[in-house]
Write a protein that binds this ligand. Structure first.
Ligand code: SAM
Length: 244
């Protein structure tokens, strides 16, 4: 027999009493964002060639406005990156889609993300694979992302604070790796931590502009495809840029 208190099962009651979720609150109605989100998918993603149905579905469902400050919620579905504090940004929706599609995820994969930021791309990946390992350099961003993701009920995500240019050696190999900050060169640690046939998406270039590169780990080395120009904040670390 299931014990229920005020409509909650015993296990739910125990969990919420001892480990309560801190809800991410937005005073605006979620309905306000349904049409902007649909428009984002059709006008910014489908029209520009994003074809992966699972990526389109995930981006059509995830409340992006909860990953930015409430004052910016009305602009959350616009065709641009937005500030998230600490001089960092939540990536433009199209970039999130291109990078997610490049990883060719089917659902069973373990994915490493470098640069958690707001946690928005992390949540999209969590919808597309079995487990996401995400590394963020700035603790305050990692903490906020964790709160948002926890409040949305994502339990297949691990976030670590540290230098992601070195990857996450203890959890390697990964089926796919995505870097959401611009690197001067492809970090060799990430290539090493990629499983055979694994996919890596990484912006490579200087501080003013990069090329989004997709690498596939073949038997005889990495095969690279260029996916176009982009502008990301710097990947700062031992295998990235040396300072701000
Ligand atoms: N995908 C994120 C989102 O949807 O909000 C956007 C990430 S933002 C463009 C890039 C992030 O990379 C920043 O939060 C920055 O602090 C982080 N970063 C830069 N260098 C890093 C490093 N070596 N290791 C981990 N994170 C790093």
């Amino acid at each position: 027999m299931e014990f229920r208190l005020a409509g909650w099962s015993l296990s739910q009651w125990l969990k919420e009493t001892f480990f309560p979720r801190k809800l991410v609150v937005c005073s605006r109605s979620p309905m306000e964002f349904v049409i902007p989100r649909e428009r984002m998918v059709t006008e910014q993603l489908v029209r520009r060639g994003i074809r992966d149905e699972r990526v389109l579905q995930a981006m059509g469902k995830l409340p992006r406005h909860l990953f930015v400050d409430e004052a910016l919620a009305g602009r959350a579905y616009g065709d641009y990156p937005l500030p998230i504090g600490e001089r960092q940004t939540i990536s433009q929706p199209y970039m999130v889609a291109v990078m997610s599609e490049a990883l060719e995820l089917l659902g069973h994969e373990r994915v490493l993300e470098i640069g958690t930021g707001s946690g928005y791309q992390t949540a999209i990946l969590a919808e597309l694979c079995s487990k996401v390992y995400s590394v963020e350099r700035i603790k305050s961003l990692a903490d906020r992302a964790l709160r948002t993701l926890d409040s949305l009920g994502y339990y297949n995500i691990l976030i670590r604070v540290g230098d992601g240019s070195l990857g996450w050696r203890d959890e390697a190999p990964f089926d796919a790796i995505v870097v959401t900050a611009g690197a001067p060169e492809v970090p060799s640690a990430l290539v090493e931590q990629l499983a055979p046939k694994g996919r890596l998406a990484v912006p490579v270039g200087d501080a003013y502009g990069q090329t989004l590169r997709k690498g596939i780990k073949e038997d005889n080395g990495m095969r690279w495809i260029d996916l176009g120009g982009c502008i990301f904040v710097k990947l700062i670390g031992q295998q990235g840029w040396s300072g701000e």
